[in-house]
Design a protein around this ligand. Structure first.
Ligand SMILES: NC(=O)c1ccc[n+]([C@@H]2O[C@H](COP(=O)([O-])OP(=O)(O)OC[C@H]3O[C@@H](n4cnc5c(N)ncnc54)[C@H](O)[C@@H]3O)[C@@H](O)[C@H]2O)c1
Ligand SMILES: [Zn+2]
Length: 365
């Protein structure tokens, strides 16, 4: 048997609020199909009335479910609850799961859509900065399982995403900062101009919840999304295990688990980027200036630079896990300049200890 499978989806940007009654993008995309909305509880508190009004005016709503949006609830059990709710509401095989929330909610809604009746359509409405520039672009869904972060999941392409940056206005400062960590990730290894823009305007964008300066906000969002797209297209199913966008994602899963998910994803990514970059500088792959500039950026976004459980043993275990995940190679992503990256192999315990000492010293300054 040979069959081809075409993946095609887009990210639409709306000028009016996505649930404004005059805004028809969502209605057009679902095209009269039945809809099951999976929304983050916090987002529902803020926007639920608008969502319900929009649904009455434009959608064939079969039902809706709320999820906590908390990392420790990103489990098979909770995904099962979503599927059960969709069955209770009678969502047919031609229906659409619409996820409204951050990465946690979208991972859960997307995975539920992938397995409900063996797969129904799925549309994303990201409401966090991480959601807008990262989740909305890819095709992955991950669920925490057996004490491991994103241990189970799927590559399940969506119908598309609708990006509305105004959601960011109600985001907590801590989660906004997490979004900047993911932007730093793609900037440092893929887009020098984006990194420089973050250095120049990042703090003001952070302080204003991305409302000013307006042109810089638009450019940061656009460049981050476009850089992610360039990196993912052509390797959507990760057949090539050397992925620059894995920068910051080697040690971070174990940091998140060790913290029992009290450290949010973006903060763990920042800690990972600092260790990886220090290690790259120790090896001479990038100059110490690159590490110094990353430290300043992390500082300007209030990202943590220390965590008590960030220990050499944890980092070594993370590298073993990464090898299992990346086909036997470590492929630790390290910058080799501003805007470009490379892959380190055979990292030793001594190198990890040295990198941690450097990060610790920088945090103390
Ligand atoms: N599948 C992917 O491609 C992918 C990519 C990146 C991250 N992720 C996953 O995403 C998760 C992190 O997601 P995240 O950073 O988007 O955060 P999140 O989903 O954990 O949400 C963070 C917090 O913000 C709240 N919130 C969400 N939107 C809000 C809004 N508009 N206003 C006020 N509060 C709001 C939520 O209730 C939650 O408390 C991690 O589990 C990570 O592994 C997945
Ligand atoms: Zn991430």
């Amino acid at each position: 048997m040979v069959a081809t499978f075409t993946v095609s989806y887009g990210v639409r940007h709306v000028r009016r609020h996505v649930f404004d009654i005059e805004e028809t993008t969502l209605a057009e995309m679902v095209g009269g199909r039945e809809v099951f909305v999976v929304a983050d509880e916090r987002v529902w508190q803020e926007y639920g009335t608008n969502i319900e009004r929009y649904a009455r005016g434009h959608l064939r709503l079969s039902g809706s479910a709320r999820v906590s949006g908390q990392e420790h609830d990103k489990t098979l059990e909770r995904v099962g609850d979503l599927c059960a709710a969709a069955f209770d509401h009678g969502l047919s095989r031609d229906g659409v799961f619409v996820g409204v929330g951050g990465g946690v909610t979208l991972d859960m809604a997307g995975f539920a859509a992938a397995i409900y009746r063996r797969g129904v359509r799925y549309l994303r409405i990201p409401t966090t900065l991480v959601g807008l520039i990262d989740v909305s672009v890819g095709i992955k869904q991950g669920i925490n399982f057996h004490g491991k972060k994103s241990a189970l999941g799927a590559f399940y392409p969506p119908m598309g995403s609708i990006n509305d940056a105004t959601f960011v206005s109600t985001l907590s400062r801590r989660h906004l900062s997490c979004g900047f960590a993911e932007i730093l990730k793609v900037a440092l290894v893929c887009d020098a101009a984006l990194f420089e823009l973050l250095e120049a305007a990042g703090r003001e964008l952070y302080d204003s919840h991305l409302s000013s300066p307006v042109a810089a906000a638009e450019e940061v969002l656009f460049r981050a999304e476009a850089a992610m797209m360039r990196e993912l297209e052509g390797n959507l199913f990760e057949n090539d295990r050397r992925r620059l966008v894995d920068f910051g994602h080697t040690f971070s899963p174990l940091i998140e688990v060790a913290s029992e998910y009290t450290i949010p994803h973006g903060e763990a990514v920042a800690l990972d980027m600092l260790v990886s970059t220090a290690l790259g500088a120790e090896r001479g792959l990038c100059g110490w200036g690159v590490f110094g500039r990353l430290v300043e950026c992390c500082r300007s976004f209030d990202l943590p630079m220390r965590y008590p459980l960030l220990l050499p043993t944890l980092l070594e275990r993370a590298l073993d896990d990464a090898k299992a995940h990346r086909g036997g190679d470590m492929n630790l992503v390290v910058p080799d300049g501003i805007g470009s990256g490379t892959f380190a192999q055979d990292v030793t315990g001594a190198e990890l200890r040295a990198a941690l000492r450097v990060v610790d010293a920088a945090a103390g300054r």
